[in-house]
Ligand binder design. Structure first.
Ligand code: SF4
Length: 285
């Protein structure tokens, strides 16, 4: 069984002390250990932002991509070798703004991968501009008189787009977040875990205590297969914020299930010894 020490890298995270990203990294390590899957089966893909640095600080295969494009890279990797456990680490600005179209299409295709969204409701790496999930009225460097834009609702958007697993976690509760990440990885299909991640340096509104006061865990009686109820929960924000598995549909085939080319073997295992690319090249000349 893998240990925490085996997942640690020599390099230390350079996030600000107290940043919610530390808890997400810890929850991911816990999840990898609990899943008891060989570490070489994991692939982490990230975009740009403070969240994007995470693959550097856990000893798993990783690819640090470009802004908003973690999901297309993760999709390509998954289709090349669908036996891999592919996890995309994205930020709210990264995924819900510049990469929104990729998010919608990954969800609608139900690609079997996990998307962990570090949602701090602000652009942290670029030092505190309002982002797509910033609350209305919040004052930031780019909204000194208060944000007048309506924030995006990532959970509702994911469900509307066709995601089959939609959850919300909180970086202030590592054990609960670990269980959500484990469930998301085990789920067959596109799984989003939107994580309330305090940015202690630039977001002085949505702090640990702000989230702690408002977040509550969905109880055992809650049925995540009820889409109508799930939309109600996804829309609950402000005084009360639900955390847990908001929506799960277990019977949808994943994108890879529909591809006859990879039914028997991952693409990377296909022999290409008798394939000649010469005719294609000649056609292009
Ligand atoms: Fe974390 Fe914010 Fe610092 Fe980035 S700027 S490392 S999100 S606290």
């Amino acid at each position: 069984m893998t240990t925490i020490n085996e997942l640690n890298t020599i390099a230390q995270p350079n996030w600000c002390p107290g940043c919610g990203n530390f808890a997400i990294l810890m929850a991911l390590k816990n999840a990898v250990i609990q899943l008891n899957t060989p570490v070489e089966n994991f692939l982490l893909v990230s975009g740009i932002g403070c969240s994007g640095k995470l693959p550097h600080w856990i000893k798993l295969f990783g690819f640090h991509g470009i802004h908003g494009r973690a999901l297309p890279v993760a999709t390509g990797a998954k289709l090349a070798n669908h036996k891999l456990t592919v996890i995309a680490h994205v930020g709210d600005g990264d995924c819900y703004s510049i990469g929104t179209n990729h998010f919608i299409h990954a969800a609608r295709r139900n690609i079997n991968m996990t998307c962990l969204a570090h949602n701090n409701q602000i652009y942290g790496l670029t030092k505190g501009q309002a982002g797509p999930t910033s609350d209305k009225g919040v004052k930031t460097k780019t909204t000194p008189r208060g944000n007048f834009e309506t924030p995006i609702n990532p959970l509702a958007l994911a469900m509307t787009s066709g995601a089959t697993f939609v959850a919300r976690g909180f970086a202030g509760d590592v054990d609960h977040l670990t269980s959500l990440i484990v469930s998301a990885i085990k789920h067959k299909g596109f799984a989003l875990v939107d994580i309330l991640q305090p940015c202690v340096t630039f977001n002085k509104v949505n702090t640990y205590s702000w989230y702690k006061k408002r977040s509550y865990k969905l109880d055992k009686k809650y049925d995540p297969s009820d889409k109508e109820e799930a939309f109600k929960k996804a829309n609950q924000w402000g005084r009360k914020i639900p955390i847990g598995i908001i929506y799960q549909e277990k019977k949808q085939p994943s994108y890879e299930d529909e591809l006859p080319q990879i039914k028997r073997n991952p693409l990377v295992k296909h022999s290409i010894s008798n394939v000649s690319v010469k005719p294609f090249l000649e056609e292009l000349m």
